[in-house]
Design a protein around this ligand. Sequence first.
Ligand code: CMP
Length: 135
Amino acid sequence: MTQRTLVLLKPDAVRRGLVGQIIGRFEAKGLSLVEMQLRTITGEQADQHYAEHVERDFYPPLRAFITSGPLVALVVEGEEAIPVVRTLIGPTDGRQAPAGTIRGDLSLSNRENLVHASDSPESAEREIGIWFPHL
Ligand code: CMP
C-alpha cells in the first residue's frame, strides 16, 4: 500500500552538510519526495510536533536542539513508506543503530540523530497536517 510519511532532517543534518546524502538514500530506495522545505521552527512549534514527549526529561534539550537552526521538513511517499523509512533510519540512539542505517552510519548521539520520521499511520497524518496543512 502506498503511504506518505513526515520526515525531518534535523539541524545537525543541515549543519553537517548531510542533507543531500540522506535524501539520496530515500531516493535510492525508490521513495518519492512530495514536499520539502527548509525551515527554522519556534519552541511552540516544537512542542506541537513533539506533543507526546513534552513532559519527558529529555525534552528541554531536545527542544533547544530542534530549534537551534534550520531543518528540512519533507513528505516522502512510496510503498509502505512509514515502516520503510523507519527501517532506513534505524533505532533512536546512533551509538546502537546498526551499520547500514542512516543513524548507524552517520550519528553518535541519541539526541542529535539526524532524522525524525513518523512512527505510525496516525502520527504520519497528524505530523503531515502540522508541517504541510495543504496536503
Ligand atoms: P525522534 O525520532 O525525533 O523522536 C524523539 C526524539 O527525542 C528522538 O528522535 C531523539 O532526537 C530524542 N530523544 C529520544 N530519546 C532521547 C534520550 N533518551 N535522550 C536524548 N534525546 C532523546
